[in-house]
Design a protein around this ligand. Structure first.
Ligand code: S3P
Length: 426
């Protein structure tokens, strides 16, 4: 589906976003694992989270919607039942990696499958540690989905130092570790999002600039009530649109403000953005609050390598902010962008080249200079929701507007994108 966006004049008003996708996946999985009924308020409506819910249902959990709340009847410790067919993760890397960790510890064989994009994304990163715990895996020569998980009665805890900065891999191992009496320890050299640790109340310590998180059966989730704050990664699109539109001001209500997710706001503030947080609260150990954004003049800055894991999902929209900032926009140390829903370095560079900008692409990033020259633009989404939304926002900032091919992929994270934007722009 091709979608056209016209230049907007102003952003104003107040918006509540649906629940954070990362927290929602975990709330659904932990509720399905627990014994008894859990209730989730403001769950994400993303297609990715639906993939996780359908899989939990296939493993035996009951799922009911009541007054815009989700009630999940969980199966208890090792209580899941063998599914009658393959478990489809759709486009969702988080479902595939986290659920691989859960399945690794069960007593039955199961197979994870995914769509074309997910079937190209690396699974070796979870197979390696989970194999060390005793589980066997069958996949193809590229070590991608479909992936058959064959648990073993000798399943045991491990200590594992992460070779790649990935919250999905860390979470997969920690979730597997919830099924062992002994402690499973994950050592990170770079901080990645810590929702799994916070929501399960795991032990985390910092030692010689390493982050060491541990799980064991004593942290196995119990049935509870979850409130999922608004999605901070979704908010990045509304934030950048507001910053770059003159005479604009926006209030985003109850957004997740977990510090391992707000890296892009730190970057934008260092670029000169007027963004503030008010009314900060917590739920399930997760911080959230209101975000106030006002139009700002931005200048490009050097983006340090240690913040990259915390801004990885926001790099497409940060690039759009960089196009309107003084100076050249540069991203490096971000090789992980190549194995997201699309090769995001390639997707961004392709679209920027079509604008007439000068682009130097490298293995782990890109350098953007020059001025936007081409007035009539059609951008490619490459079936990647964050690329589609980033270039929709850019279209709203261009004098002649622009269009995005394959725009329906936005449903992967935010089916309400257009409705939300229409409610705050004139
Ligand atoms: C996620 C972790 C990140 C992120 C993804 C969601 C999570 O992936 O890109 O959108 O919920 O744990 P990696 O951990 O593989 O970088």
């Amino acid at each position: 589906m091709k979608k056209r966006f016209e230049k907007i004049k102003r952003v104003s008003g107040e918006l509540s976003l649906t629940g954070d996708k990362s927290i929602s996946h975990r709330a659904v999985i932990f509720s399905a694992m627990a014994s008894g009924k859990s209730m989730i308020t403001n769950l994400s409506q993303a297609q990715d989270v639906i993939s996780t819910m359908v899989i939990m249902h296939k493993l035996g959990a009951s799922i009911l919607t009541k007054d815009r709340k989700i009630i999940i009847g969980g199966m208890g410790f090792k209580g899941f039942k063998a599914p009658s067919s393959n478990l489809d993760c759709g486009n969702s890397g988080t479902s595939a990696r986290l659920i691989a960790g859960l399945l690794a510890a069960q007593d039955f064989t199961s197979t994870l499958i995914g769509d074309e994009s997910l079937s190209k994304r690396p699974m070796k990163r979870v197979i390696e540690p989970l194999s060390k715990m005793g589980t066997e895996f069958q996949s193809n020569e590229n070590i991608t989905l479909p992936l058959t998980v064959i648990p073993n009665s000798k399943f045991h805890n491990i200590d594992y130092e992460m070779p790649v900065a990935s919250a999905q891999v860390k979470s997969s191992i920690l979730i597997a570790g919830l099924h062992c009496d002994g402690e499973t320890t994950v050592i990170e050299n770079e901080q990645t999002r810590n929702h799994t640790e916070k929501m399960l109340g795991l032990s985390v310590r910092f030692e010689n600039s390493k982050i060491i998180s541990s799980s064991s059966s004593k942290y196995y989730p119990e049935a509870k009530e979850y409130f999922v704050p608004g999605d901070i990664s979704t908010s990045a699109f509304h934030i950048v649109l507001t910053l770059l539109t003159p005479k604009s001001e926006l209030i985003l209500k109850n957004v997740s403000l977990n510090p391992t997710r707000t890296g892009f706001i730190d970057v934008l503030k260092n670029m000169g953005a007027d963004i503030s947080f008010v009314d900060i609260k917590t739920s399930s150990n997760e911080e959230y609050g209101d975000v106030i954004i006002k139009s700002s003049s931005l200048k490009n800055i050097q983006i340090e390598s240690q913040i990259i894991p915390n801004i990885i999902d926001e790099i497409p929209i940060l690039t759009i902010a960089g196009l309107f900032a003084v100076g050249d926009f540069v991203i490096g140390n971000a090789k992980e962008l190549r194995v997201k829903e699309s090769d995001r370095i390639k997707s961004i560079c392709y679209n920027l080249i079509s604008l007439g900008l000068k682009i130097e692409e490298s293995e782990d990033g890109f350098y953007v200079s020059g001025k936007i020259k081409n007035p009539k633009m059609t951008f490619e989404s490459f079936g990647d929701h964050r690329i589609a939304m980033a270039f929709a926002i850019l279209s709203m900032l261009l004098d002649n507007g622009g269009e995005v091919n394959g725009f329906n992929c936005v449903n992967i994270s935010n089916p309400k994108f257009e409705e939300q934007i229409n409610s705050i722009v004139t």
